[in-house]
Each structure stands twice: as C-alpha cells, then as structure tokens.
Write a protein that binds this ligand. Structure first.
Ligand SMILES: Cc1ncc(COP(=O)(O)O)c(C=O)c1O
Length: 395
C-alpha cells in the first residue's frame, strides 16, 4: 500500500465524494498517526473530533478484543448488554432521561428531527411542523439533516429538500424572535458550531431559544455531535450555560472510532415514540456500546475534562499570540479543545494547512478561511507548542 497506488485505485473504483489530503495512514498511537512508509503525523484533527482518547488507547483495545469475541451484533429485536447501561450513564451525565442509539451523527440528527415532529403531533399540534436552524449550521448529510444545514453546496444538488425550515442569523436573538412563531416545532442549534467555523453560541442567545421554546411548547434541539462528550471541557457544551435542552444528539467520540450515535431526550418527548416508529438494524450494538462505556470511564477516570480545560486555555492563549503577531490572522477563538484560527484569506489558510502537513502536522480547514483544531484530549503542552511554532513559521 503506497499513497500513489491508493490514489490510482480509489480514482477508478470509488464514487468521488472526497477530496482527500495527500497522505496514506496505516496505524496510530496516542496523538500520532503513521503512514506506510514510516511517515509520522502529529494529529490535531482526531479523525474530525472522533479519536478524543488518542489512537490505540489500551483500555479501549482491551474492550474491543473481549467483546468482539463474545457478541458484536444481534439486532434490536433482542435484549443485549450495554445499551441500557450506556443510556443510564449518558442520562445521568446530561440530565436528560432516555436514549436512542444509532450509527452516526447524521442518523442521530435525523432521529431528533423525527422525534420533534412526533412530539408536536402527540400534543395534537399537527400544524406545528417548522424547524428554525441557524445560518452556518451543519447537521449531516441525510435529507432532513441537509434541509437543516445552511451551506448551499450541501443542499442545492439534492433539492427539493424537506420543507418548513427557516434559517436564523447566527447568534442573533432579535432575528430568532422575529422568525419564531407558534408553528415552530423545534429550534435547532449546534451549541458550538463546528463546520460553520468553530463559533460558540452566546449564553444570551441560547437562553432566549430556551425561553421561546418553553413558552409555546416547542423543543430545543442541541446538536452536540462535535462539541459534546468533553470536547469543550464540560461533558456537554450546553452545560456551560446552565441549559436543559429537550433533545441532544451525540456521535463522534462516543465509541472511539466505532460507529455509534445517540439521541438523548426528556421523558416528555420520549413518550411520543412507540415501538415501530423508528429504528435501526445496527444501532447500539453490544460492541460499540461496550466501547462507549469505556470511553466515558476514561474521560471521567483520567480527569480528561479538567485536562481539556487546561490544555484548551493554554492553546487558545498561544493562538491569540499568533493573532496579535500576524496581520494575516483575523481571530483566534473556540472553547476547550475545539479551537480555530480564522485567516483573512482562503488561499493563505489553504497554504498554511498544506505547509503543516508537509511538516507532519494534521489540521483541517472549515469555511475556507478557518483553520480548525480538534486535538485528542490527551494532547500535551509540548505538542501544542510544536503546532503553534509550525503555524508561526507557516504564517
Ligand atoms: C455538528 C455536527 N452534526 C452532525 C454531523 C454529522 O455527523 P456524521 O458525519 O457522523 O454523520 C457532524 C459531522 O461533522 C457535525 O459536526
């Protein structure tokens, strides 16, 4: 396996959905990924926010070995271990009441949209079908998820999309009030926008969304697929704001790279769902759920939330130094270890990303001009310094 042979084979055999970086990867350990020719990369993207514990975490590897020798899958027609235990754990951590498990972020979001519609119908509010989502949002690639995703290039080729979605200006409470009405079934937010450029929502906006939805009986949906499960230094990003959403979606780091998504709901919302209304063949399988329990053990047992807060504060302070030192940088921002450096020009951002990859550092770019950093929670100060020094040189 070489980069050139993979590029040739994929060009011929794959539907061309990805514009991959020019790097092949064969294995990983801790915060590092390795290529087949012995290349080594310091990974500040973590498989787009998935490998929060780093690669080949020994406790996770052990669980995979053990559970894969017992039961990987049996379907949701039967009772299998770990789903209920994982649901109980996630609910205790979030303050919500019940969970539904699926296989990805977009599936979790799709389920949350369906649950919101079902809840409105259950309350005999059949006309209450509209969703308010935010400009800059990204909720996934299935039809409901792209309908609530703002970026035109993800939506337009697939029209007509699910109707009834309006977009509110990002973090603009006045615009939210203007667009909100009695026929809204849910307000949809990423507590910290990821693909939209790593932008945390303000407490004032989130509180206003909670107030409006409470007033009419609409729901507040927090997409925490990227910002949840410790990424911002709290188990859930909405906990920075003292909020209790009605529905929360999770995925990325939940099962350390195995496909697993989750929707958390209040009892009130969950009561609208009865057997047969929604489901999945693979979701919540015993292997993925066993791993997810271990991920939560490690996050809590190894003090990773505190570590994310400390490392995140240090990294952000160093990014702010870069912003002050380089005229090409517009802003450094983010929360915990979900950070970004926004440059003024897309070409410059692209060039910086390329230069870092040549120096063996993986980051990515979102919204063209935004360099995004999602390092594993175990990242060290020395590794942060290495990345900041390389950014400094590249800028
Ligand atoms: C906030 C958010 N929602 C939904 C998704 C979709 O998740 P997935 O790619 O697992 O379908 C993503 C993925 O990047 C995301 O960041």
């Amino acid at each position: 396996m070489t980069l050139a042979s993979l590029q040739k084979a994929e060009k011929k055999h794959l539907i061309q959905t990805y514009d991959r970086y020019p790097a092949a990867l064969s294995h990983g350990r801790g915060a590092y990924l390795y290529g087949p020719g012995g290349e080594r990369y310091l990974d500040f993207l973590s498989g787009i926010g998935v490998m929060a514990l780093g690669y080949a975490h020994p406790a996770v590897t052990k669980v995979i070995r053990k559970q894969s020798g017992r039961l990987v899958h049996a379907s949701n027609l039967f009772y299998t271990p770990f789903q209920a235990e994982l649901a109980k754990r996630l609910c205790a951590l979030s303050g919500l009441d019940r969970a539904f498990f699926c296989n990805s972020g977009t599936e979790a979001w799709e389920a949350a949209l369906k649950f919101a519609r079902a809840f409105a119908r259950d309350r005999r509010k059949r006309g209450r079908v509209r969703f308010l989502a935010l400009e800059g949002s990204f909720h996934g690639r299935t039809m409901g998820a792209v309908a609530t995703t703002h970026t035109a290039k993800y939506r337009e080729p697939f029209a007509p999309l699910m109707p009834g979605v309006s977009f509110v200006r990002f973090d603009d409470a006045a615009d939210l009030r203007r667009r909100f009405s009695g026929d809204v079934c849910a307000v949809c937010v990423e507590t910290v926008q990821g693909e939209g450029g790593v932008r945390p929502l303000s407490k004032a906006f989130l509180r206003e969304a909670a107030r409006l939805t409470r007033k009419t009986g609409a729901l507040l949906l927090c997409d925490e697929i990227q910002c949840g499960l410790g990424r911002t230094g709290r188990m859930f990003a909405f906990q920075h704001h003292g909020l209790k959403p009605d529905l929360v979606t999770l995925a990325k780091p939940l099962a350390c790279g195995l496909p697993l998504g989750a929707v958390l709901a209040t009892d009130r919302v969950a009561a609208a769902i009865t057997p047969g209304m929604h489901g999945t063949t693979f979701g919540g399988g015993p292997l993925a759920c066993a791993v997810a329990l271990k991920v939560l053990d490690v996050i809590e047992g190894e003090g990773l939330l505190e570590r994310v807060r400390e490392s995140g504060a240090y990294f952000l302070s160093r990014l702010r130094e870069l912003a002050a030192a380089h005229a090409s940088v517009r802003e450094a921002r983010g929360l915990g270890l979900m950070l970004a450096l926004e440059l003024k020009e897309a070409e410059a951002a692209k060039a910086v990303q390329k230069r870092l990859l040549e120096r063996g550092i993986i980051i990515n770019r979102t919204h063209d001009t935004v360099l995004r950093f999602l390092p594993p929670y175990i990242v060290t100060r020395r590794q942060i310094d290495q990345v900041v020094d390389s950014l400094d040189a590249a800028l």
